[in-house]
Write a protein that binds this ligand. Structure first.
Ligand SMILES: Cc1cc2nc3c(=O)[nH]c(=O)nc-3n(C[C@H](O)[C@H](O)[C@H](O)COP(=O)(O)O)c2cc1C
Length: 225
């Protein structure tokens, strides 16, 4: 496990949006990232334009595009993530899922996939049914990638809630919910960093069995599940 630099702010990476220019999904994600910033994080957003530039992930190819490498590197260095997807036909959209498929490239990392990182989950849909069921699907994907879904996830019914600009949302409760998702992702990153072993001298490490246990890598599995 990599040691955490306790002097820097945690990085929260946001992934999400749809191909629509005024995507409510991306705007919701932006509000959640602000909540993470308010809780002490720095943030980076991979929105719909970027996600659209990613080719379909093809595991059999060894070459990756600059955009694929940019996403992979950002997630590799992230301390927490927030993922926002629309509900499309009862599931996560292809645009967002393709970005998550691309994270297969993190399989052999010291921290495989999303290991050790909190992941805030946001779903927009035209109704409560898909908002709830797709939130569950997204959390299952995060579990498969070894991430820690935050306790609070946001399901937003966009028939009732409008995001008229990047700064505005018609429902103050939804703004609070999105801020909570961002806050929990950032707080987990800060708390997790506190519990990671700092660069202690070897002698101090060996006298601390809990620290030794934390630094012991489990046998690496080829796939997350
Ligand atoms: C291809 C497609 C499939 C959709 N499927 C569902 C669905 O199964 N259930 C639902 O409630 N909404 C569905 N919707 C509506 C979207 O979830 C909703 O418009 C969402 O808020 C889109 O966010 P956006 O404003 O970011 O584009 C679908 C929309 C599209 C374009």
């Amino acid at each position: 496990m990599t040691s955490f630099d306790h002097h820097r702010r945690p990085l929260v990476v946001g992934i999400g949006g749809t191909t629509r220019a005024a995507s409510s999904t991306e705007r919701a994600l932006g509000l959640a990232l602000r909540g993470a910033e308010a809780a002490g994080a720095t943030t980076r957003l991979f929105g719909s334009t970027f996600l659209h530039s990613l080719p379909h992930y093809a595991p059999e190819h060894t070459e990756r595009t600059d955009e694929q490498l940019e996403l992979i590197e950002a997630v590799r260095h992230a301390d927490a993530l927030i993922i926002a997807t629309p509900g499309y036909h009862g599931g996560v959209s292809g645009l967002v899922k393709n970005a998550l498929d691309t994270l297969e490239e993190l399989r052999a990392d010291d921290r495989p996939y999303l290991d050790g990182r909190a992941v805030g989950c946001i779903v927009t849909a035209y109704g409560w049914q898909a908002a709830g069921s797709v939130l569950t699907s997204l959390r299952s994907i995060v579990h498969a990638l070894r991430g820690w879904p935050t306790p609070f996830g946001a399901g937003i019914n966009t028939l009732e809630t409008r995001f008229d600009s990047v700064d505005t949302c018609s429902d103050a409760k939804v703004v609070d919910q999105l801020a909570t998702v961002g806050q929990q992702a950032a707080q987990f990153a800060l708390a997790f960093a506190t519990h990671r072993t700092p660069n202690l001298p070897a002698q101090a490490q060996s006298s601390n069995s809990a620290a030794v246990a934390r630094d012991t890598q489990p046998t690496r599995l080829l796939y997350a599940i």
